[in-house]
Design a protein around this ligand. Structure first.
Ligand code: SF4
Ligand code: SF4
Length: 285
């Protein structure tokens, strides 16, 4: 089973939920943790994994042989990412826009395009105690996260419960990470910003046809609009974590909640049971 843990905005406590869910389940089922928040992976702070190997992630970028090129413009017309431009007697490739799809080299009638590898980042593979661990790191300054996310997800072991920490937001990297999961847990906070971004994230999960549920973090700080929204939309609220100084202190020290306050373990196991119930079509409301 693949559970993605996402949030419409950053800083809502997504990694707090994902890491504590993994740690709470490790004695119940086989668990794997995949950090797909590749621009800023930070689950390692809490899980303290041993990294056994590193895999380079790269994509093929076009390289044009201008001696063969007739400057027909077909490659540029075919590129949906505007990553290649054809001038009167020059072809310009913009590597930072290229997604390595290979369409331009496939379409070139003169066979003038070859491909060179461009490194985007790494996937690091290891373990944290009984929990399998994989994290992606996109090279700083690069914007093409999906290939790194795909590489991390390529390590999913179908025999384990895979918990995937998704990058915040609702753009391409979030969609890439959530796509194909069995359940998406959306972590939010009870504020107008939290509600706005939650609604956007819910739309994405509905378009991808993935069941979702909500965790409200810092419950009690704002209003009850998130609860009202979830009730109206038929989305279950599976866990509420209050704003609590002890929880905040543990987080700032990199100590998992279920280790610093073991009484929370049962709440995360109940969260998993709620996910199982919803994802198999049951209702918990
Ligand atoms: S499709 Fe091939 S021949 Fe045409 S402009 Fe592009 S590289 Fe040159
Ligand atoms: S590989 Fe794909 S994205 Fe890159 S320049 Fe060619 S068509 Fe565009």
């Amino acid at each position: 089973m693949i559970i993605t843990v996402a949030s419409g905005k950053g800083g809502t406590g997504k990694t707090l939920v994902a890491t504590n869910l993994a740690l709470s389940l490790k004695n119940q089922v086989g668990v794997q943790f995949l950090d797909c928040d590749v621009e800023e992976p930070n689950a390692h702070i809490f899980l303290k994994p041993v990294i056994e190997r590193q895999e380079t992630v790269s994509i093929p970028i076009p390289q044009v042989d201008e001696a063969r090129c007739t400057f027909c413009g077909k490659c540029s017309e075919a590129c949906t990412f505007n990553a290649i431009a054809v001038l009167k007697n020059r072809v310009l490739v913009f590597p930072e826009l290229c997604h390595g799809c290979g369409v331009c080299s496939y379409i070139c009638p003169e066979d003038a395009i070859s491909e060179v590898e461009r490194e985007l980042g790494v996937a690091e593979v290891g373990y944290s105690g009984e929990v399998g661990f994989v994290q992606g790191r996109l090279t700083i300054g690069l914007a093409v996260a999906p290939p790194v996310i795909r590489r991390v997800k390529g390590h999913i072991d179908p025999k384990r419960v895979a918990i995937v920490d998704v990058c915040p937001g609702t753009s391409c990297p979030m969609v890439e990470a959530v796509r194909g999961s069995d359940f998406c847990l959306l972590v939010t906070e009870p504020t107008p910003f939290g509600l706005n971004d939650l609604a956007l994230a819910v739309e994405v999960t509905r378009k991808l046809d993935i069941p979702c549920g909500v965790v409200i973090n810092r419950a009690g700080v704002g209003d009850n609009k998130v609860e009202e929204y979830c009730l109206k939309e038929g989305i279950p609220i599976l866990l509420q974590i209050p704003l609590d100084i002890q929880i905040a202190q543990l987080y700032s020290k990199g100590i998992p909640l279920v280790e610093g306050m073991p009484e929370w373990r049962d709440a995360f196991i109940a969260l998993f049971q709620g996910i199982m119930q919803v994802s198999t079509g049951g209702s918990i409301r």
